[in-house]
Design a protein around this ligand. Structure first.
Ligand SMILES: CC(C)(COP(=O)(O)OP(=O)(O)OC[C@H]1O[C@@H](n2cnc3c(N)ncnc32)[C@H](O)[C@@H]1OP(=O)(O)O)[C@@H](O)C(=O)NCCC(=O)NCCS
Length: 253
């Protein structure tokens, strides 16, 4: 395992890791995936498969780095969905080795973003600034107050930014809650006109009763947000730096 790996975050910290994926699969990524992940990779078109393999192998390398275990030895699974109990679409979980680590992964185009904490539910979302139909989509997913703020803006550039901020915050909250995007999005107000962090409560969400969500600066054109349980103290958010980072994030070919 890479030397100099950061110590794992405790419950007062969230570590954020990011990286890029190659356009063609790197067989070093595939080699650390479990059989089920490799099967999922094979069912994907090549570019999506390369992105999936890179991001999943990064999850394994990073969690394995914290725990001083080989990436291929980790057992990852899904928690029961808090909405219906199904293990098919619940949030991801590290099963082996046993630890308090929690994590959330997001992919957007060739970028991925991973949040890792301990003993707290977290959710992260990353979106590129790809074209969104600003007439069609916002009314379907934004709460009335969000839509008022959106429509009060003078131009499409600002409206797109506000929409992306609202979207990433909602998805981060719904990933932290483990329910995903089946929740009634128009009932969840994430206050996109406010810089944040903001507190988000919604009765349809199971698990914690309220969530704190804040924007995350990724250093690229992407928009990203991180959410965590509001009943726990704020966490210190950091981007760990380490020697040999490319051995973890993988090189972009
Ligand atoms: C969770 C969800 C929003 C992620 O959307 P996406 O477009 O794949 O977006 P991202 O790239 O940001 O996230 C992908 C990661 O989210 C995580 N994820 C998947 N389901 C999740 C859930 N329920 N909660 C939290 N995280 C989840 C996984 O780690 C996934 O990575 P993987 O494909 O390598 O396993 C989307 O899959 C969703 O809404 N699923 C619906 C869940 C559902 O059916 N719920 C029914 C309730 S009854």
């Amino acid at each position: 395992m890479t030397s100099g790996f950061p110590r794992p975050p405790d419950s007062g910290r969230v570590h954020l890791w990011r990286g890029r994926a190659p356009t063609e699969v790197d067989h070093a990524d595939l080699a650390v995936l479990a059989a089920a992940e490799q099967a999922r990779f094979r069912a994907m078109v090549p570019t999506a498969g390369a992105r999936y393999a890179r991001s999943r192998s990064a999850v394994r390398r990073i969690l394995g780095g914290y725990l001083e275990e080989p990436p291929e030895s980790l057992a990852l699974d899904r928690m029961a969905c808090p909405g219906c109990g199904s293990a098919e679409h619940g949030p991801p979980i590290l099963v082996h080795p046993h630890s308090q680590l929690t994590f959330s992964l997001s992919r957007s185009a060739d970028n991925w973003l991973l949040a890792v904490s301990a003993g707290r539910l977290i959710g992260v979302d990353l979106e590129d600034a790809a074209a969104v139909d600003l007439d069609l989509v916002p009314p379907m997913v934004m709460a009335p107050a969000e839509l008022d703020a959106f429509r009060s803006l003078p131009d499409d550039r600002e409206r797109r930014q506000l929409f992306l901020r609202a979207w990433t915050r909602k998805e981060a909250v719904l990933k932290a809650a483990g329910i995903g995007l089946v929740a009634p999005l128009r009932e969840i107000d994430v206050q996109p006109a406010v810089d944040g962090p903001v507190r988000v409560a919604h009765s349809s969400l199971s698990g914690a009763p309220a969530w704190t969500v804040q924007d995350v600066a990724t250093g690229s054109a992407d928009m990203a947000a991180l959410a965590w349980q509001a009943d726990l103290p704020p966490a210190e958010i950091s981007w760990p730096e380490m020697a040999g980072w490319q051995e973890v994030a993988g090189r972009v070919s």
